[in-house]
Write a protein that binds this ligand. Sequence first.
Ligand SMILES: Nc1ncnc2c1ncn2[C@@H]1O[C@H](COP(=O)(O)OP(=O)(O)OP(=O)(O)O)[C@@H](O)[C@H]1O
Length: 245
Amino acid sequence: MITLQNVSKSFSQFEAIKSVNLTIEKGEIHGLIGASGAGKSTLLRLMNLLELPDTGDVEVNGQTLTRLSAKELRRARKSIGMIFQHFHLVANKTVFDNVAVALQLAGSRKMDIRSRVEECLQFVGLEQMAGKYPAQLSGGQKQRVAIARALANNPQVLLCDEPTSSLDPNTTAEILTVLKNINEQLGVTIVFVSHEMDVVKRICRRVSVMEAGEIYETVSIEPIGIQAINSHPEYFVQQLKRDGE
Ligand SMILES: Nc1ncnc2c1ncn2[C@@H]1O[C@H](COP(=O)(O)OP(=O)(O)OP(=O)(O)O)[C@@H](O)[C@H]1O
């Protein structure tokens, strides 16, 4: 589903990604974890060619992206959705229009756009918020809009760059549930970048640990379950004690 072969990326003289090989299976939720600067976001952005590799091949959904023309790449990218830590919504557009924009850019017919936007907003539980503006939404609601926008073109892959890092524990759990539903109900393969171990453990089936531009190790894990986190005070006490150890 996603294969990186000897992929390298440098910024000026700095080698941010060093000849990485990685295969992510169809239907998987795959985590990328590591310290700040390890190369997680860069590796993720190489998967839809937001960053162009200096060497190596990137294959997604059976297509070698690195060998496509600009036009072919635009078409291939419709099958790869992406969400970000800071949502990247358009402030002066309504929730409805923020989602519709993805379909307009992809050339969907006007008559199809309304029903598809409504469908996507319903999937993330925001059908009542279609007329609101981003400033009127909570962080979790903004991320749901971004998810609805990413789903609009029926992607096979969803790339998630620290999607819960600005959210509180309860909202994080809600977003993880939405992502899990997308994986299980729509069969979307998910790549999930995070520096938070407990978040990754709750949602990912395999996790690649990154260090200094390389994959140190890829580990299969037993997810501990999205509901494991909640607002119970004992959870916060345990976290605080653990962090203080
Ligand atoms: N556009 C760029 N220009 C120059 N250097 C960059 C660029 N993008 C990333 N880097 C550098 O590449 C390295 C990897 O960055 P990247 O953002 O992929 O790391 P990360 O593991 O996602 O870190 P964080 O968790 O802090 O976001 C860092 O040293 C960063 O400074």
